[in-house]
Design a protein around this ligand. Structure first.
Ligand code: NCD
Length: 343
């Protein structure tokens, strides 16, 4: 399961449509923009009924999570259901030694049960790619977060949330604050922001939580919160990821909050109309004060709401992109299932 030794699974079909979504890195700007437009189409204000369609009728989506998650898993499942798909939800605990093989056995079993789209979350960075390289030609794999490598739908929902509040990405000053080193959320957000033309992306973290110099090319780096968020349009807070800290020292909660916690006083260094984001789960009183998390500049609830819309757009895109004309729409796929393959 060493990624270096393989070609990565291709993200796109030959015609440029989306096949797998494992990272946002390298995806064409036009594709990101199309996904975001479709997500906006599916986005609804709180308090109104959610969008629905039958684009995935006859399609089966399986979520297979080996790391705990509520938000991401539920929002993928709701997205699939609101597009008319059947949904299977699988939680697995695998020993890391056997993981690759047991995972592929499980995938083959589920393929036999007509699963068309797998949504995978794993603590190891290369599991979604391994699966994507081994599925049948009509099957797509979507990452729901892999190690510290990528969380592509989170990157899209963060981008959509910024677009809804600021109308653009290019020209904004965006600070990504906290445990950047261990964060797949930060990596996917950076890929999306850079592709969409952001030029002032700042990493704001204590030295132990700052990624290596080779990563995040083009981002400015700050070691003091107030300096990093000064004049920013967007302050994107990250969770302290204790479970991923091996090399970095784990700071004490009170000590961390004293220097790095986003309080109303500190937030005053950003633009007065700056928005505050957090992917959740939040450590209140560690990386963010409750007054900020629940305050007027917080868009955290919009992020959650947009998660379903973005995942609807991605599911729709991979199903629409399936090359066989017989499989190109949910309805055709349903017919095809009843009839069997054409002779
Ligand atoms: C994140 C994740 O699991 O990557 N949560 C999420 O998906 N909304 C962020 C985190 O764990 O810090």
């Amino acid at each position: 399961m060493n990624q270096q030794s393989h070609e990565r699974a291709p993200a796109l079909h030959a015609d440029g449509s989306l096949r797998h979504l494992l990272t946002l890195e390298g995806l064409p700007r036009a594709l990101l923009e199309r996904l975001l437009e479709r997500a906006q189409h599916y986005s609804r204000p709180l308090g109104t009924p959610p969008a629905r369609s039958q684009a995935l009728q006859g399609i089966t989506v399986a979520t297979l999570f080996t790391e705990p998650s509520t938000r991401t898993r539920v929002s993928f499942e709701l997205a699939a259901q609101r597009l008319g798909a059947d949904v299977a939800s699988i939680e697995m605990q695998l020993s890391s030694r056997l993981k690759g093989e047991s995972m592929l056995d499980t995938i083959r079993t589920l393929e036999s049960l007509h699963v068309d789209v797998f949504v995978l979350r794993d603590a190891q960075t290369d599991v979604p790619d391994l699966v994507a390289r081994n599925v049948a030609a009509h099957v797509s794999v979507l990452s729901g977060g892999a190690g510290n490598y990528a969380h592509p739908t989170q990157g899209l929902l963060d981008t959509l949330t910024i677009l809804q509040h600021k109308g653009r990405i290019a020209g904004l000053s965006i600070a990504i604050v906290g445990d950047v080193r261990h964060s797949r959320v930060a990596r996917s957000a950076w890929h999306a922001f850079a592709t969409l033309g952001a030029t002032d992306i700042r990493l704001v973290a204590p030295p132990a939580l700052m990624p290596n110099e080779q990563e995040f090319g083009g981002c400015a780096r700050f070691h003091r919160l107030e300096d990093g968020i000064a004049g920013c349009d967007v302050v994107m807070m990250l969770r302290i990821q204790k479970e991923r800290m091996t090399e970095a020292a784990i700071p004490g909660a009170a000590e961390y909050f004293a220097e790095w916690g986003l309080t109303p006083q500190r937030l005053a260094a950003a633009r007065p109309d700056a928005i505050v984001m957090h992917p959740q789960p939040m450590n209140r009183g560690i990386e963010i004060a409750s007054q900020v998390a629940d305050g007027p500049q917080s868009v955290i609830r919009d992020q959650v709401r947009n998660g379903v819309a973005v995942r609807m757009a991605v599911l729709e895109a991979v199903i629409a992109g399936r090359s066989s004309p017989a499989l190109s729409t949910g309805k055709d796929a349903a017919d095809w299932r009843q009839r069997g393959p054409r002779p």
